[in-house]
Ligand binder design. Structure first.
Ligand SMILES: NC(=O)c1ccc[n+]([C@@H]2O[C@H](COP(=O)([O-])OP(=O)(O)OC[C@H]3O[C@@H](n4cnc5c(N)ncnc54)[C@H](OP(=O)(O)O)[C@@H]3O)[C@@H](O)[C@H]2O)c1
Length: 244
């Protein structure tokens, strides 16, 4: 199954051209920066707003007040597209686990804070800004390894589980969103393997690794084909629905 092509419903992109603002949250990241650049270059929005830890105002995804302030900083601007491109896999202190022997409660909690709770708080503060009657999109970058149905290799416990939690949060929020904003779309996206600092240690030979600019254009093309019937779904960069 792929993103719907229902002819009776307007394509989100067509309804958004020239209207409202687009917002990229996590615009300092590899994919986030490319999404911001592509949206600016595309010219389909009155403005494209970037939020990151170094923007003004900035935000930290573990600090709800900073997310509330970022949302409030939009003022009367109505976002028609909000993309969350934040996420965490590894750093100098933490790497994905190969075995349950490596499970560490503090590291697991950190993965959940960054990959699931943070995006949930983004939804809490940005979904209410979406227009009530017109088509709009909220998309967050999840990962196919968060799919339970697709998990054949094991490992990466905290990342997998935190992205699975994110997918559930997106699906749940989409149900609530539809009650007040029937034309709004809320989805989780898998960007494929993209050459960024997040994937660098794991981009093995044989994997199809794309540059961030290519990935951004592919993701925006998927978003442009979404309709409200797709809300609550989990799609890859080709627009194919992924198993939960
Ligand atoms: N690259 C891939 O192959 C791939 C594959 C599947 C899924 N994804 C998903 O795609 C998304 C983007 O990944 P990427 O490859 O672009 O990674 P990236 O280059 O490491 O970007 C991660 C982004 O998350 C932000 N972030 C991390 N912790 C934060 C915090 N506490 N507060 C605010 N922002 C925070 C980073 O901000 P700073 O710049 O301030 O650190 C950066 O903007 C992630 O959700 C990732 O799981 C990526």
């Amino acid at each position: 199954m792929s993103v719907s092509q229902a002819p009776s419903r307007p394509a989100a992109s067509a309804a958004m051209i020239g209207e409202g603002v687009a917002v990229v949250i996590g615009a300092s990241g590899g994919i986030g920066a490319a999404l911001f650049g592509a949206l600016r270059a595309g010219g389909g929005y009155r403005d494209v707003v970037a939020f990151s830890r170094v923007s003004t105002p900035g935000f930290d995804i573990t600090d709800e007040a900073s997310l509330r302030d970022a949302a409030a900083s939009l003022g009367p601007a109505v976002p028609r597209l909000v993309v969350d491109a934040t996420g965490f896999l590894h750093d100098g202190k933490q790497r994905p686990e190969k075995s349950w022997r490596e499970l560490d409660p503090a590291q697991m909690a950190r993965a959940f804070a960054l990959n699931a709770i943070g995006p949930a708080l983004i939804m809490k503060h940005f979904l209410p800004l979406l227009p009530v009657e017109r088509v709009s999109i909220f998309a967050t970058l999840s990962a196919k390894v968060g799919s339970i149905g697709d998990n054949r290799l094991g490992g990466w416990y905290s990342y997998r589980a935190s992205k699975a939690a994110l997918n559930q949060l997106v699906h749940t929020a989409a149900i609530e969103l539809a009650r007040s904003r029937p034309e709004a779309i809320c989805v989780a996206l898998h960007p494929g393997t993209v050459a960024t600092p997040l994937s660098a240690p794991f981009a093995k030979a044989g994997l199809e690794v794309r540059d961030a600019d290519t990935a951004a254009l592919e993701l925006l093309a998927v978003l442009a084909r979404l309709t409200p019937a797709d809300s609550g779904g989990f799609f890859d960069h080709k627009g194919h629905a992924l198993p939960w």
